[in-house]
Write a protein of this length. Sequence first.
Length: 289
Amino acid sequence: MAVLVVLDGRRCPPAEPTVSVFDRGFLYGDSVFETLRTYGGKPFELDEHLRRLSRSAQRVFIPLPLSREELGREVSSSIEAAGNAESYVRVMITRGQGPLGLYPALAYQPHRVIIVTPLQPPPADEYTRGIRAISYRTERVVDATSAQGAKIGNYLISVLAMREARLADAAEALILDGRGRILEGASSNVFAVTGGRLVTPAEEQGILAGITRAHVLAAAAELGVPVELRALPLEAAQGADELFISSSIRELLPVVALDGQAIGTGTPGPVFQRLLEAFRARARNHRTI
């Protein structure tokens, strides 16, 4: 298994590539990115990830250095060159480098970075026993700006939230807005099950429109599980029958305790289990390259 880095189209060992300290991604978190994984060695929903990358770049006014088609070919060839059985892939576009200063036009040509590493999914018992989570109240950097909903490089809030989660022996932090409503996880989307209905925050609340989330919603429709896109107050999540998160790398993971309080029976619930099975079937049969 191998780790491969591709910097502006040039493949190199992970210790070799360097980025200037004047790069705005380093200086200001002025970048956008996507994280995806492979199934059967092929990138899952690559085109949709690149579409979202393009939307994120548009929202923060970073021009893509390549077309989506060219970038897609570069990602696919990087995965093949790494030669892993399954891979974790990160694609990042920074605004580029230039003299110190916040004005975006100071930057030169955007830089692109592709990192391919062996996939390390969560331990199998997390799917059968569940994980613990905490709530983390904050005001996010991009809320009420044109970048709302974009996947930007400035992840400091998520970093701080995950620090609190680990101190509490939890595996995820659920981000609350100023009104005490759960928006999303530090690196995931959030779902609750109440009375057989699946509840998840709507995109209009400024959440990242997760690609795994979209498949969960589609799977729920196929299984006849009613879905409500609405605000999820912390109290409603704590009182839910089931709670789970979704992300590209972790797929779906059941949350069995939130802030030390058991969710439902304190074990993964039946709706989660059905949706996980349905999602994995979709992933195996729907490899977008």
